[in-house]
Design a protein around this ligand. Sequence first.
Ligand code: PLP
Length: 362
Amino acid sequence: MIYCSNPFFQYLSYDKEIQKSIIRVLNSKQYVLGNEVSSFENEFAKFIGTKYSIGVANGTDAIEIGLRSLGIGNGDEVITVSHTANATVSAIESTGANPVLIDIEEDYFTINSDKISKAINKNTKAVICVHLYGQSIDLDKVKSICKKKNIYLIEDVSQAHGALWKGKRLGSFGIFATFSCYPTKNLGAIGDAGIITTNKKFLEKKIKMIREYGWVKKFDSNCFGRNSRLDEIQAAILRIKLKKLDRDNEKRRKIADFYSKNLDEKLLKTPKIKKNSTHVFHQYVCISSNRNKLMSYLKRNGIYAGIHYPRPVHLQPFYLNKYKNKNLAITEKISNKIISLPIYPELKISEVKKIVNIINKF
Ligand SMILES: *Cc1c(COP(=O)(O)O)cnc(C)c1O
C-alpha cells in the first residue's frame, strides 16, 4: 500500500534521534517554554532569514494570533482564497474579522493577484497569501499591490517550509508569516505545532504575550491572551527535522521531477513551476478529467491518491449562505479535477516508477 503522505516513515528515518530528544526533554525538568522552544525559535528564524520566530500550538493559531497582534478584528476584512485549508479562513473568523474570498490562477492553484485590488475597500486590512502545495505565489505582484493600497501582506507558509522566491525563503516577505507543523507537512512534528516569523520587534513581543494569557510577565496580563504555546517535546523533534528539511525537500523535488518527466500528459496535466520559484512539493497535484475513476483504479492497485481539497471553503455547508453569490469559477472548476499523487521524502523512486506505470496504463 502506498499512501499520499506517510509521517510514520518520516519518524522511522530519524527514530533514534527523535527518541533521544524526547528523553532529553523528560530529564530537563522544563516542560513548558523551556530551552527546546527557545532554541528552535532561534534556529527557525535563522533558517527562514527573519529576526524572530515564535512557536505556537498549531498553524491555525499562528494565523489568528498574528492577526490579533496587528490589532485586526471586528469589522475588518482580510482577503484570502477559498482554495485552501479551512484553517486559513477559520483563523480569520476567530479574530472577529471577515474573510473575503477571491479566485485562484488555473495554472498554479494560488491567488489570482489581478482580483485583489477589486476586493479591497476601506475595511480591508490584509491579504493572506497561501503558498499552496509547496510553491510561492507571485510575491512581487502582490507585494506591490499591498504597498500601493496600504494593506498588510501576510504569508501562510504551512505548505511550503523551505521554499524560495527569487532565492529567498518564503516566510520572510510579509509583515508576518505562519507555518503549521502538522505531522504531514514538509516540516512536521509528531503532533500539533505552529510557528510565526516576523522582522518586527513589536510584533514578536505582542505575539509572545497573546500566546500566554496576555502576560507581559508572569501573572501580569497586559492584553487579550490565550494559551497557544509550542510544546517542548514537539520543539525538540522539530529541531531535528529542521536540520534535514532542505535534504528532504530535495527528495520531494526528485520525485516530482520523475513524475513530470514520465507521466502520460494525455492522462494527467502535471503541475507547472513558476519562474523565480523553488517548489518544495508539499503535494504533487495534477489535473485529471476523469479524476474519480482514476482514484478508484489506483486504490484497486494499492495506491492512495488524495484530493486537496475536494470542496472549496465557500461551498462548505457552514459557508454556503455567506458566499452564495460568489464567483469563484476557477476554484470550483479545478476542485473536481485535482488529484494529489503520493509524495513524501521516504517514497522510493522504484515505488514512483510503479505508480507511473500503473497510471500510464489507465
Ligand atoms: C495545515 C494548514 C493550516 C493549519 O494548520 P494546523 O496546524 O492544522 O492548524 C493552515 N493553512 C494551510 C495552508 C495549511 O495547509
